[in-house]
Design a protein around this ligand. Structure first.
Ligand SMILES: Nc1ncnc2c1ncn2[C@@H]1O[C@H](COP(=O)(O)OP(=O)(O)OP(=O)(O)O)[C@@H](O)[C@H]1O
Ligand SMILES: [Mg+2]
Length: 380
């Protein structure tokens, strides 16, 4: 078709997007094209097309630019730029989580301070017999603070935080996805101290099945296990944390490499109370009329709720007066949030008619059982 860009235009576009030298693109293109077809327009077109697809799948190289404004360091120059870009650490200043923001989970927090925070901050002291294990598994019901804790660790240790979900990795599964894993760990080592946090780790390190022999998934898994082994044996300040709701599905070899397996349980009464305080009482603009007794009632009637369920319940209760005022046609007169009618116990009672715990008894039992078998801290 006449409108198609010429080969040269395509390459020029590529060079500007990838910010890499003509030579390295050509080398890669030549490697990609079977030797007897080398130089054929169609094959180069296909190569460029693939590259473009990767780029347009939001792999903009802005991450590399942000982290390495002077260009990719020599030690990482052998890695593919688009993979490098994909695994760069996230700096999310808006979600700078502190320990105080995490309600309850005292036992888990203590263990984490002991095994990650102190060694990360004072590496010269934690040697020999005190050398920390660096593979962690956080498991527990959904919405109990696993991600929150990982962010708090990265924040408190001023470590680089690599946050990837297993589906991010598996959805991009193609011929050499295992290279993405290698790249991830290499970059984390280069930028240490680092924390690699992988959510839904069970999807990635699930028990192996016969059907996946020599599949990209299996290769990725093997590479992962090798890298996890490296994390534990090397003297680097690189920690790995996997999070899951289904630890039962994790491959035994992977389980063994995550030495610390911490159960992150549902919030107890005092943690539930703290979440209500964080969501409502500490929100300075929030007009509320909740007594200590009211809070006690809410806490007593939310047994089995996760932290996320509690946060949603507070939101639902807070919306009740807004909706009432809207029905009465008063919403347009409101100039600032404190002018909304106060949130009361009645609003919580109303909200509780629709908001229930999202965690089933049987799932919870399975998790507790797994904790008794393989967990590092006790469950109550
Ligand atoms: N212990 C907690 N303290 C304070 N807030 C919490 C706590 N647990 C959960 N929350 C609330 O729930 C939200 C979700 O928490 P988080 O993402 O850490 O859960 P998760 O355990 O990672 O869940 P999932 O298994 O679904 O990934 C938080 O943003 C916060 O509002
Ligand atoms: Mg999470």
């Amino acid at each position: 078709m006449g409108e198609e860009p010429t080969l040269q235009e395509e390459f020029e576009r590529l060079f500007s997007v990838f910010q890499i030298s003509t030579k390295s693109v050509l080398q890669e293109a030549i490697g990609y094209i079977p030797s007897k077809k080398r130089g054929r327009h169609a094959d180069i077109g296909e190569f460029v097309g693939k590259k473009r697809k990767i780029t347009e799948n939001s792999l903009s190289l802005s991450n590399i630019k942000k982290h390495f404004p002077k260009g990719i360091p020599d030690e990482l120059a052998h890695l593919r730029p688009e993979l490098l870009d994909q695994v760069m650490p996230v700096f999310d200043h808006k979600t700078n989580v502190t320990w105080d923001a995490i309600a309850g989970l005292e036992e888990a927090k203590e263990k984490i301070k002991e095994c990650i925070v102190w060694p990360m901050l004072h590496p010269h002291l934690f040697r020999g017999v005190l050398t920390p294990s660096k593979g962690f598994l956080f498991f527990g019901p959904p919405g109990t603070g696993k991600t929150l804790i990982a962010k708090a660790i990265a924040n408190e240790c001023k470590a680089k935080f690599f946050n990837i979900t297993a589906s991010d990795l598996t959805s991009k599964m193609h011929g050499d996805t295992e290279k993405l894993v290698t790249t991830l760990f290499e970059v984390a080592r280069h930028l240490q101290p680092s924390i690699i946090f992988i959510d839904e780790i069970d999807a990635l390190l699930s028990k192996r099945t016969a059907t996946e022999a020599d599949s990209p998934m299996l290769r990725m898994k093997s590479e992962f296990l090798t890298q996890l082994e490296g994390v534990s044996s090397k003297d680097d300040r690189v920690y790995f944390i996997g999070a899951t709701n289904k630890p039962q599905n994790i491959d035994e070899a992977a389980r063994r490499r995550m030495h610390n397996r911490l159960f992150i349980p549902l919030p107890d009464a005092s943690a539930r109370r703290m979440i209500i305080e964080q969501e409502i009482l500490e929100d300075k603009e929030c007009n509320q009329n909740l007594s200590k007794e009211d809070l006690k009632w809410v806490v007593g009637n939310t047994k089995g709720f996760s932290g996320a369920d509690m946060a949603l319940l507070c939101k639902e209760a807070a919306y009740k007066p807004v909706r009432q005022m809207q029905l009465l046609g008063k919403l347009d007169n409101i100039k600032a949030r404190p002018e909304f009618d106060a949130i009361t116990l009645e609003h919580f009672k109303e909200a509780l008619k629709t908001r229930k715990s999202s965690v089933s008894e049987s799932d919870l039992e399975d998790l507790k059982k797994w904790n008794r078998l393989f967990g590092t801290i006790s469950s109550k």
